[in-house]
Design a protein around this ligand. Structure first.
Ligand code: G3P
Ligand code: CA
Length: 258
């Protein structure tokens, strides 16, 4: 049985987290990218979830469909809002060709959250970033799969984290943010139930790391794709690196400790 999420979070050393899967090597937020993230040995595999028009939790980053699908050629430029499309409509889109022609049209699709969990959870741990959707729907899906204690849920929307915490005392929560982190803001994250802060690496410095650790939380940073910057952040004391290049960043960490 794989360890619980809280045990993974509590591990010493630096966690390597595959951002939208191994998204430097495969189309982001697709089953292909998640499998590559697992093959890279990522400690967690991050994804973004938002609800379709018929309220199905799907896996997709942007509000609009234009950047990472063929929606413009299917529906035209004016009809790209993710939330206005049903699961069936979204599943018909090609979510791979934009990334590389070798992902032939029609072979890579937008997954549901359930499909993504089916791929990631048997071998790994999912870091679910909620973009849209309610806490009750997410918790019900996790409860049905026995996954409440085996994933981490993160969001920029901290009242959403508080709603998750109200529903489940065992779910591990990460509070996302960028820019400065004054003490009062850190207390808001603690009050919402977070045990991890997920911060934009550009705004991370020694004082921020110290403040988070003194409050008893872990600090993960996004999105770190440069080896040298990763090592700087490790020297500052961060606990996790969220990266599009999990294999490369892990190699850089291993080289540095030899
Ligand atoms: O894991 C944190 C990071 O994913 C937040 O930013 O825009 O990539 O979802 P974004
Ligand atoms: Ca994300």
């Amino acid at each position: 049985m794989r360890p619980r999420a809280r045990e993974i979070v509590a591990r010493g050393g630096v966690l390597v987290i595959a951002h939208r899967g191994a998204s430097a090597d495969a189309p982001e937020n697709t089953l292909r990218a998640f499998r590559l993230g697992l093959e890279a040995g990522a400690d967690l595999v991050e994804l973004d979830t938002r609800h379709s028009a018929d309220d199905v939790p799907m896996v997709f980053h942007d509000k609009d469909l234009g950047r990472t699908t063929d929606a413009v050629s299917v529906w035209g430029k004016g009809k790209l809002r993710f939330e206005e499309r049903t699961q069936a409509e979204l599943e018909r889109l090609d979510a791979g060709s934009w990334f590389d022609p070798r992902y032939a049209a029609g072979t890579i699709h937008i997954p549901t959250l359930a499909q993504a969990l089916d791929v990631i959870q048997p071998e790994g741990t999912t870091l679910i970033e909620r973009k849209t959707g309610d806490a009750a729907t997410l918790l019900t899906l996790l409860e049905e799969r026995g996954a409440v204690e085996r994933v981490v849920v993160q969001a920029f929307d901290w009242p959403f984290l508080a709603a998750c915490r109200a529903r489940s005392p065992k779910l591990v929560l990460a509070a996302l943010g960028s820019r400065a982190l004054p003490p009062a803001r850190l207390e808001e994250a603690v009050a919402a139930g977070a045990s991890v802060m997920g911060w934009n690496h550009k705004h991370v410095n020694a004082a921020l790391v110290r403040r988070v650790h003194e409050r008893g939380l872990k600090l993960w940073v996004y999105t770190v794709n440069d080896d040298r910057r990763a090592l700087e952040l490790v020297a500052l004391g961060v606990d996790g690196l969220i990266t599009d290049r999990p294999a490369g960043i892990r190699q850089a960490l291993q080289r540095a400790t030899k």
